[in-house]
Design a protein around this ligand. Structure first.
Ligand code: NI
Length: 203
């Protein structure tokens, strides 16, 4: 019997930043057609995404150029797989300033290892809820563990905008949108406004 098993690498790496070699396609990203981003209330945005498996990596690698293109063109600072209709646990993040060098991150099967007791309120938006913004309270800093494209386990500390963005993207993997952190009244108001604007926009 021939057994062909794929395994994750087991060695954890503590990283301060991600190797750019993973993203060598980014040099020509402006010419890559952006993957269409789904707008709420698309049902897939409310589903819990499944774990990424080693055999998914080639597929994910193929999705990245279109997804990065969509995130940068929007422009946005994060994009989770469910937002392009993929029910898999991975997300892109890049919180670099517009004129600064890019700082792309790919988080596969991310988990929060620790989060701070200190909370921070920050205004959030979402490419799946265009033009809608609200202040959301989340832990100010986190340590996140995830896999990179090579399948290595990475642990990284994040605070401020990066911590907010990672937590926002991780929520997407569980079908949670930033409006779920608001009162029902505020959430309903935003969802109604979004529906109205989308209807007007499509005329
Ligand atoms: Ni979002």
């Amino acid at each position: 019997m021939l057994l062909c098993m794929l395994h994750w690498h087991l060695t954890p790496v503590l990283a301060t930043s991600q190797g750019m070699s993973e993203f060598d396609f980014l040099s020509g990203i402006d010419d890559v057609p952006p993957t269409p981003i789904l707008i709420a209330p698309q049902p897939v945005l409310r589903e819990v995404a499944r774990e990424v498996r080693p055999e998914d990596m080639a597929f994910i690698r193929d999705q990245l150029p279109g997804m990065f293109s969509a995130m940068y063109k929007a422009p946005g600072i994060g994009l989770a797989a469910p937002q392009v209709g993929l029910g898999m646990r991975f997300a892109l993040v890049d919180v670099a300033e517009e004129d600064a060098p890019r700082e792309p991150m790919l988080l596969i099967n991310p988990e929060i290892v620790t989060d701070s007791e200190q909370m921070a309120a920050r205004e959030e938006g979402c490419l799946s809820l265009p033009n809608q913004y609200a202040e959301v309270v989340r832990p100010e800093s986190i340590r996140v563990r995830y896999r990179n494209l090579a399948g290595e386990t990475i642990e990284r500390d994040a605070s401020g905008l990066l911590a907010t963005c990672i937590q926002h993207e991780m929520d997407h993997l569980d079908g949670i949108l930033f409006v779920d952190h608001l009162s029902t009244l505020k959430r309903n108001m935003i969802m109604r406004r979004l529906a109205k604007e989308q209807k007007l926009g499509r005329r």
